[in-house]
Design a protein around this ligand. Structure first.
Ligand SMILES: Cc1cc2nc3c(=O)[nH]c(=O)nc-3n(C[C@H](O)[C@H](O)[C@H](O)COP(=O)(O)OP(=O)(O)OC[C@H]3O[C@@H](n4cnc5c(N)ncnc54)[C@H](O)[C@@H]3O)c2cc1C
Length: 374
């Protein structure tokens, strides 16, 4: 069996690792000209389901490394004013595991060949049931199964399920990261909280690695090369509906909304790494109508993109990858035919994928609204 995966994001790479481990031939095609072509360095909260799915797709010998490069998160879940006084409660305090997306992608890339600069533009199902994928550079590739793991603007989805389109929530985030110096360690108690100021809401979260990733890899799995990333604070400024940056950088736009805020908060945004600050538009994709199982399927944000306020988009993409891996192993080992395996995957994925999107939308108002007293 040969599988083509469009998209070297978290879901596509996780599936590719899982198939590689099972001895199934897999090729990954990525639109970006290089793997590190753009900012992908924010912190992700992993649920037990997402973490288990990730482990399921990775070789067992890397599990100790994975365990070493995550962080332990605690979120107080407070609502604070711009001077850091508590004015409300966002939700219950939250504990969990966090991982840096940039580091995770490096781990997931290990041992895989990714064809970069390969933007999928369309595909054809051939008479023999295989699928031929076409790329913007003029080339093509044939496989038994094409998996569209190509994110919220999926080109695979545009052909397979053209009626499924992203919805723009109108919410914009400026997201950035700042080295976790001694000064900002003092803000740790406010992690997982919302700071509701006049100019916008600021969300804070700390990424403290259990072990620095580069050193952990050298010690625990020398065949893996991980970047030299140190602890940081991830902050996200929620802009009012439809907010745009104008001529300013993302960092300047966030700062311009923080006049008179607590000096530690202003310094946090001032001292952010400019290469790792960006504006994000929050769009969702809701999985509604199923198609008849065939040699093309979708995974991750391509079919169920969530708002980051749910903290479950990556977890759901990893869950898809692990489920599809297990279904395809059934087919590869002759216990199921390929279309039956794809149908089993899609039936389960549509159910929990729709729930994940709804959960993230339910969590959105609390993040964008201001408390009555602020
Ligand atoms: C700020 C922020 C914070 C988040 N925090 C969390 C969190 O705490 N927990 C959580 O679970 N989730 C979180 N998420 C969501 C999570 O990042 C996504 O759900 C997850 O990355 C989806 O993975 P994916 O593989 O489906 O898509 P992506 O990671 O978006 O990957 C898609 C890939 O496909 C490529 N591509 C696109 N078009 C083509 C094409 N035509 N041909 C080939 N390749 C193509 C893209 O370049 C990209 O590399 C967060 C998201 C954001 C923005």
């Amino acid at each position: 069996m040969r599988v083509s995966i469009a998209g070297a994001g978290l879901g596509g790479l996780c599936l590719a690792q899982g198939l590689r481990g099972a001895g199934i031939d897999v090729d990954v095609y990525e639109r970006d000209p290089a793997i590190t072509a753009r900012f992908q360095g924010y912190r992700l909260m992993l649920s037990p389901v997402g973490y288990e799915a990730l482990q399921g797709c990775l070789p067992q010998r890397w599990h100790p490394l994975l365990d070493a490069i995550v962080g332990d998160a605690y979120g107080a879940g407070l609502i604070l004013d711009s001077q850091l006084n508590q004015v409300g409660q966002l939700g219950p305090g939250r504990t969990g595991i966090v991982i840096d997306r940039h580091v995770l992608r490096h781990l997931l890339l290990t041992g895989l060949t990714v064809h970069t600069g390969a933007a999928l533009t369309g595909y054809d199902v051939l008479d023999d049931g295989k699928v031929e994928t076409r790329f913007a550079h003029g080339g093509s590739a044939t496989a038994d199964l094409l998996v569209g793991a190509d994110g919220v603007t999926s080109a695979v989805r545009a052909v397979l399920s053209p009626q499924t389109t992203p919805t723009d929530t109108g919410v914009r985030f400026v997201i950035g990261r700042t080295p976790l110096t001694e000064r900002f360690a003092g803000l740790s108690w406010a992690a997982g909280s919302k700071i509701a100021g006049d100019g916008g809401n600021l969300l804070l979260g700390a990424m403290r690695f259990r072990t620095p990733p580069m050193e952990a890899a050298q010690e625990l799995a020398p065949e893996v090369t991980l970047p030299d990333v140190r602890d940081y604070v991830r902050w996200a400024m929620v802009l009012p509906s439809g907010g745009s940056l104008g001529a300013t950088t993302p960092q300047e736009a966030a700062l311009s909304r923080m006049e008179g805020w607590h000096p530690d908060l202003q310094a946090l945004v001032e001292q952010a790494d400019p290469d790792n600050s960006t504006l994000l538009s929050i769009r969702v994709v809701e999985p509604r109508e199923r198609w008849a199982p065939g040699p093309v399927t979708l995974l991750g944000d391509a079919i169920h993109a969530t708002s980051p306020t749910g903290g479950n988009g990556a977890n759901t993409a990893l869950r898809d990858a692990d489920l599809l891996r297990r279904c395809l192993i059934e087919a590869a080992e002759g216990r199921q035919d390929l279309l039956g395996a794809v149908g089993d995957y899609e039936r389960q994925m549509f159910g929990y994928g729709a729930e994940a999107v709804q959960h993230s939308l339910d969590a959105l108002p609390a993040i964008i609204s201001k408390p009555v007293s602020a």
